[in-house]
Design a protein around this ligand. Structure first.
Ligand code: ZN
Length: 257
């Protein structure tokens, strides 16, 4: 797991699998951990990363309900989890789904965990809205289309946007179950002004981006989505896994025509 500092109050840890990102943000004596790394050893060192930085955890946040972003409780078992109302609704509608999918991943990769995933107390946050932290607040923006749920988090005083599974340098737009091309495009349009004003953009998967590079990926993704099902994959995202995502996107878009 790689950990980089973007600002005295913002750290980003990146998992070795899918480059899933985990953003640690503090203000005053409050600190939130947004999303999570995936492997057991990465989750195990997360409390030490906070401690080393002098941050004390207030709570967990997740950008959306996909299981690989929801593992914070394995690192901080007592913590409450704050999510968008849309994500809370999805978690209620699919009880145990995240724990089940984590178990399947662990089986496939021969991984042992000390405890099963339990999401504990889930707090539904109004989005658009705000989440207080120290003397400041996090701005919460709706971010659906990849899935039916989700939020992006704007850390205003550091000019960092944590956008969930959008604007990824390693993954093409992925229309999952519950996702929609129109909603995805609307989310990218909403993210555009945040990206333009950002010092850093943290995608759900992949390395942290500066505003120029993020804006270029955002334009590529808008273009890709507009041209589906005939779209070509962006040059930097044409590997086997991306072609499989693309094939599923094509099917999804065709089945809705
Ligand atoms: Zn994801």
């Amino acid at each position: 797991m790689r950990v980089v500092g973007l600002h005295p109050d913002v750290l980003v840890a990146t998992s070795r699998v899918w480059q899933t990102t985990c953003t640690i943000v503090r203000n005053g004596d409050e600190c939130f951990v947004i999303d999570s790394p995936v492997f057991p050893d990465e989750l195990e060192v997360l409390p030490a990363v906070l401690e080393h930085a002098g941050f004390a955890l207030t709570g967990l946040l997740a950008t959306h309900a996909d299981w690989d972003h929801l593992l914070g409780r394995l690192a901080f078992p007592g913590a409450a989890l704050g999510v968008a109302e849309t994500t809370a609704a999805r978690l209620t509608a699919e009880p145990g789904a995240a724990a089940r999918e984590l178990r399947a991943f662990d089986d496939e990769h021969y991984l042992d965990r000390e405890a099963p995933l339990s999401l504990g107390q889930v707090q539904a946050l109004p989005v658009p809205g705000h989440c207080e932290i120290g003397e400041e607040e996090l701005e919460l923006h709706p971010a659906d289309g990849h899935t039916a749920d989700g939020m992006a988090v704007w850390i205003g005083w550091a000019r960092v946007v944590v956008c969930g599974d959008y604007i990824s340098p390693v993954e093409v737009p992925l229309l999952a179950d519950g996702g929609s091309r129109d909603a995805y495009i609307a989310t990218l349009r909403r993210l555009e002004p945040l990206v333009d004003g950002a010092a850093y953009v943290v995608p759900g998967h992949g390395e942290v981006l500066d505003a120029t590079r993020a804006a270029a990926i955002l334009r590529e993704d808008l273009n890709y989505l507009a041209k589906l099902p005939e779209a070509e994959l962006p040059i930097a995202r044409r590997g086997e896994a991306q072609r499989a995502i693309h094939a599923a996107n094509v099917q999804r878009v065709r089945s809705r025509v």
